[in-house]
Design a binder for this molecule. Structure first.
Ligand SMILES: [Zn+2]
Ligand SMILES: [Zn+2]
Length: 111
Protein backbone atom coordinates (compact mmCIF):
# COMPACT_ATOMS: atom_id res chain seq x y z
CA UNK A 1 0.00 0.00 0.00
CA UNK A 2 1.15 3.50 -0.71
CA UNK A 3 2.45 5.09 2.47
CA UNK A 4 0.05 8.00 2.94
CA UNK A 5 -0.21 8.66 6.60
CA UNK A 6 0.02 11.25 9.30
CA UNK A 7 3.53 11.71 10.67
CA UNK A 8 4.44 8.75 12.93
CA UNK A 9 6.99 10.89 14.79
CA UNK A 10 4.86 13.77 16.11
CA UNK A 11 1.27 14.76 16.84
CA UNK A 12 0.59 16.30 13.42
CA UNK A 13 -2.77 14.95 12.21
CA UNK A 14 -2.63 15.95 8.57
CA UNK A 15 -1.94 13.09 6.20
CA UNK A 16 0.27 13.14 3.18
CA UNK A 17 2.41 10.95 1.03
CA UNK A 18 6.06 10.45 1.88
CA UNK A 19 9.17 10.09 -0.18
CA UNK A 20 12.73 8.95 0.33
CA UNK A 21 14.85 12.08 0.69
CA UNK A 22 17.68 11.08 -1.58
CA UNK A 23 18.80 12.25 -5.03
CA UNK A 24 16.71 10.48 -7.63
CA UNK A 25 14.07 9.32 -5.15
CA UNK A 26 12.30 12.58 -4.36
CA UNK A 27 9.00 12.76 -6.22
CA UNK A 28 8.55 9.01 -6.04
CA UNK A 29 6.69 7.40 -3.17
CA UNK A 30 6.99 4.86 -0.38
CA UNK A 31 5.19 1.58 0.09
CA UNK A 32 4.23 0.07 3.44
CA UNK A 33 3.78 -3.66 3.91
CA UNK A 34 1.45 -5.29 6.40
CA UNK A 35 4.54 -6.23 8.42
CA UNK A 36 5.87 -2.72 8.84
CA UNK A 37 8.46 -2.79 6.09
CA UNK A 38 8.67 0.61 4.50
CA UNK A 39 10.12 0.62 1.02
CA UNK A 40 11.15 3.32 -1.41
CA UNK A 41 9.39 2.58 -4.68
CA UNK A 42 12.21 4.16 -6.67
CA UNK A 43 15.43 2.65 -5.28
CA UNK A 44 13.79 -0.32 -3.50
CA UNK A 45 15.52 0.38 -0.20
CA UNK A 46 13.35 -1.52 2.29
CA UNK A 47 13.71 -1.23 6.05
CA UNK A 48 11.66 -1.83 9.13
CA UNK A 49 9.73 1.40 9.64
CA UNK A 50 11.43 1.77 13.04
CA UNK A 51 14.71 2.28 11.17
CA UNK A 52 13.51 5.14 9.01
CA UNK A 53 13.56 8.73 10.22
CA UNK A 54 10.66 11.03 9.45
CA UNK A 55 10.54 14.72 8.72
CA UNK A 56 7.30 16.69 8.42
CA UNK A 57 6.48 20.38 8.29
CA UNK A 58 4.88 20.30 11.75
CA UNK A 59 7.50 18.88 14.07
CA UNK A 60 10.52 20.87 12.95
CA UNK A 61 14.08 20.02 13.82
CA UNK A 62 14.49 17.55 11.00
CA UNK A 63 14.45 13.78 11.09
CA UNK A 64 12.94 11.88 13.96
CA UNK A 65 12.30 8.25 14.76
CA UNK A 66 8.68 7.30 15.12
CA UNK A 67 7.27 6.84 18.59
CA UNK A 68 4.46 4.73 19.92
CA UNK A 69 1.92 7.46 20.65
CA UNK A 70 2.39 9.12 17.29
CA UNK A 71 2.25 5.78 15.53
CA UNK A 72 -1.06 4.96 17.20
CA UNK A 73 -2.41 8.36 16.22
CA UNK A 74 -1.35 7.84 12.58
CA UNK A 75 -2.95 4.37 12.51
CA UNK A 76 -6.18 5.70 13.97
CA UNK A 77 -6.36 8.38 11.33
CA UNK A 78 -5.49 5.92 8.55
CA UNK A 79 -8.43 3.72 9.52
CA UNK A 80 -10.93 6.56 9.33
CA UNK A 81 -9.80 8.18 6.10
CA UNK A 82 -12.84 8.37 3.83
CA UNK A 83 -10.75 7.69 0.75
CA UNK A 84 -9.38 4.45 2.18
CA UNK A 85 -10.53 1.65 -0.05
CA UNK A 86 -11.10 -1.87 1.23
CA UNK A 87 -7.66 -3.15 0.26
CA UNK A 88 -5.87 -0.29 1.98
CA UNK A 89 -8.03 -0.65 5.05
CA UNK A 90 -7.18 -4.32 5.18
CA UNK A 91 -3.42 -3.64 5.03
CA UNK A 92 -3.76 -1.03 7.77
CA UNK A 93 -5.66 -3.47 9.99
CA UNK A 94 -3.15 -6.26 9.36
CA UNK A 95 -0.28 -3.92 10.07
CA UNK A 96 -1.94 -2.71 13.25
CA UNK A 97 -2.38 -6.31 14.38
CA UNK A 98 1.22 -7.17 13.50
CA UNK A 99 2.59 -4.22 15.48
CA UNK A 100 0.34 -5.11 18.41
CA UNK A 101 1.62 -8.68 18.38
CA UNK A 102 5.28 -7.77 17.85
CA UNK A 103 5.84 -4.44 19.61
CA UNK A 104 9.48 -5.28 20.31
CA UNK A 105 10.22 -5.27 16.57
CA UNK A 106 9.39 -1.58 16.51
CA UNK A 107 10.86 -0.50 19.81
CA UNK A 108 7.42 -0.19 21.39
CA UNK A 109 6.51 -1.23 24.88
CA UNK A 110 3.23 -2.79 23.82
CA UNK A 111 -0.36 -1.66 23.73
ZN1 LIG B 1 6.03 15.17 12.31
ZN1 LIG C 1 14.95 5.68 -2.57
Amino acid sequence: MKFEMACPACSNRSTGSWYHDKDGCRGSYMEMSNKGILKCYKCSLALNMANWRFDCSAHGGGYRAMNEDSWRKAMGIALTLPKADRLTNQVVMELNRFVTNHPEKFGFSGY
